[in-house]
Design a protein around this ligand. Sequence first.
Ligand SMILES: O=c1ccn([C@@H]2O[C@H](COP(=O)(O)OP(=O)(O)O[C@H]3OC[C@@H](O)[C@H](O)[C@H]3O)[C@@H](O)[C@H]2O)c(=O)[nH]1
Length: 425
Amino acid sequence: MGTIVNDTDSTESKSNKLTSSNNDKSKGIEDLYTDKIRDGQWFWNTNAEQIFSEDSTIVAVGHASAKSIVPLELLRYIYLQPHDRIYDPNTHTISYLQTRTYLPVKSLPPKEKKRILVTGGAGFVGSHLVDRLMLMGHEVIVIDNFFTGRKNNVGHWIGHPNFELIRHDVVDPFLIEVDQIYHLACPASPPHYQYNPIKTVKTSVMGTINMLGLAKRVKARFLLTSTSEVYGDPEEHPQAETYWGNVNPIGPRACYDEGKRVAETLTYAYMNQDCVDVRVARIFNTFGPRMNANDGRVVSNFIMQALKGEDLTIYGDGYQTRSFQYVHDLVDGLILLMNTDYKEPINLGNPDEYTIREFAELIINEVNTSSKITTLPAPKDDPKKRRPDITRAEQILGWKPRWPVKQGIEETVKYFQRQLEAGLI
Ligand SMILES: O=c1ccn([C@@H]2O[C@H](COP(=O)(O)OP(=O)(O)O[C@H]3OC[C@@H](O)[C@H](O)[C@H]3O)[C@@H](O)[C@H]2O)c(=O)[nH]1
């Protein structure tokens, strides 16, 4: 029989009670999993004070005002411990375990329990949002065409009474009765969105029309996930929501950045013309577990190269800047935004700005590898700097990033290590 992928890492944070208590090696991971539930170790409450432990370690994510607080352990258990599969390195096979036990979700009174549609819910950001909405006790319907999303990202919820997964492309209309729509569907990594630019434009434009049409018809609240790419190669720094951007309409990035700009235009047209209740988040560079190892973005590229001992590929001189936010912060912001009355766009990003060269060095240190740095030509229209002005998010949502980049990177490295060990990448 193969090895059970288990958590025995001694560097796990002190707060990681669940994984550190998993030292009964004779038990299958399924047994441990059900034991935790039986022993009541999954209990949590929604006190804001519980976000940080006494030594300032982050032990929970979310905001009390949006009732979105869940212990980090619960989320970690999902993405750092692939409890549903056993990899056998001798035969290179994976056995998927059938388990009828799910992580406990909040029991909400009917009037608080929402039916929530997440387009692109099997993707990197979408699946983290789905985890949180599920744990909060809502009914969640995911639609995804699995172009960049993966069934595995939400596999742990399949069969749960509050969850539905539907293979569907938002380019085609979709009808369903829901209260809220988080519209995330669109490839977001430059190599992916440039792979089929016509399809990317169609996804942004027709997909957004379809979802706004649905929101209008069923009177659902609609949240568009837009992007920092609407600012293009910015001439204003940092970028505030009032900045109109500097975008090349016929360049290689246009399919994505112009696509998202039209998606914003459509969103406000439906608001003004048809009274659709809208929210718009402009998301800056985001990273975390469940990024595709081969998605081509800098964080996954650098971590994978470092883990394999390969040279890290810097495009251009490496003095272009980006500001990286950890995915849990973003999910906090999206849920807060959905649940406020504010309709103008809001930047969600971490203002902690790095040159790509500095970032490469940070990854080399974190992974502790002998990898070196190599340079490749810069992609056309690559923005030279990017940093969010998050004053609006702070004032309107009471939101600002909590995760230091380094801490998020530690967790993401661990995730990719586990994926490698499990033969999944
Ligand atoms: O291996 C690599 C990959 C990327 N890079 C550079 O690292 C920087 C960041 O590149 P990424 O591909 O991660 O992301 P970009 O900032 O270009 O685009 C992103 O912007 C915000 C989001 O909406 C999207 O996720 C994505 O389009 C760029 O300057 C890029 O040229 C490298 O130096 N080496």
